[in-house]
Design a protein around this ligand. Structure first.
Ligand SMILES: Cc1cc2nc3c(=O)[nH]c(=O)nc-3n(C[C@H](O)[C@H](O)[C@H](O)COP(=O)(O)OP(=O)(O)OC[C@H]3O[C@@H](n4cnc5c(N)ncnc54)[C@H](O)[C@@H]3O)c2cc1C
Length: 212
């Protein structure tokens, strides 16, 4: 992986040269406090290194394996919540003389969302079960679940916003909040493009190791 040769250390934030930025004012994931850290010529004492260069690549891969798996379940929940909101709204809103849910085009859109939520759930659950039970955990499976579920959740919430129409853009409405959160899925825990390259590389290496 591209991260080989790095390390992880613990640094006291009161150490000379360490400073913090303001809490990050994000459009999404606002319940997850984050902010910048600045390191100006800071030297980390050896005993504060918790992951050294030799183990960094393996630890990072394992961390990504766990986080990607968890992210796939989080975004499955977001997809389910988007579907639930849109279905409920479609039974309330009257357009063209009947409820939205009575229009066949809306029924087809709801079915498409429903099918995608089921696909996310099946994928994230099977990877969670496999990686929890197996001694030989799979980075590729976790990454497949993360990339699939985050991309699919974005499809589902976008359809949900369409069903709400202009009302879906109202600030603070649940579907609007989910839409903002789901927008981060492509790059949260690694950008999907980069993860696909890492997992694709691993698939090829493992195949060549088995066959050459
Ligand atoms: C809600 C949230 C929670 C997060 N939590 C954590 C956390 O707990 N721990 C943690 O370490 N990080 C965390 N992150 C950071 C996250 O891992 C990074 O945002 C992500 O890896 C992308 O890095 P970046 O934002 O610096 O974008 P960049 O690396 O600047 O990438 C910007 C764009 O350029 C593309 N790109 C980057 N490099 C290349 C390249 N070499 N070739 C081609 N295209 C490239 C990317 O795909 C992306 O589209 C979190 C992010 C979010 C949004």
């Amino acid at each position: 992986m591209g991260v080989a040769g790095g390390g992880i250390c613990l640094i006291d934030l009161n150490t000379h040269g360490v400073s913090r930025g303001k809490p990050w004012d994000k459009m999404a994931h606002r319940d997850l406090p984050q902010g910048e850290l600045f390191f100006d010529n800071v030297v980390c004492p050896g005993d504060q290194m918790i992951i050294d260069q030799q183990s960094y690549e393996a630890i990072t891969e394992f961390n990504l394996l766990l986080c990607n798996m968890a992210t796939s379940t989080n975004y499955t929940s977001a997809a389910q919540a988007s579907y639930d909101c849109a279905l409920q709204y479609s039974t309330q809103r009257i357009q063209g003389g009947k409820r939205l849910c009575d229009h066949t085009a809306i029924q087809a859109k709801l079915f498409d969302m429903f099918a995608k939520v089921q696909a996310c759930r099946a994928t994230s659950r099977s990877v969670m079960i496999f990686n929890s039970a197996s001694m030989q955990k799979s980075f590729q499976y976790s990454t497949a679940a993360k990339v699939f579920c985050t991309n699919t959740a974005l499809d589902v919430v976008t359809s949900g916003i369409h069903i709400f129409g202009a009302a879906g853009l109202s600030k603070g409405l649940l579907i609007e909040k989910i839409y903002r959160d789901v927008a981060a899925g492509n790059f949260e825990d690694g950008s999907n493009e980069s993860l696909a390259i890492c997992a694709g590389n691993k698939i090829v290496r493992e195949y060549l190791n088995r066959t050459e």
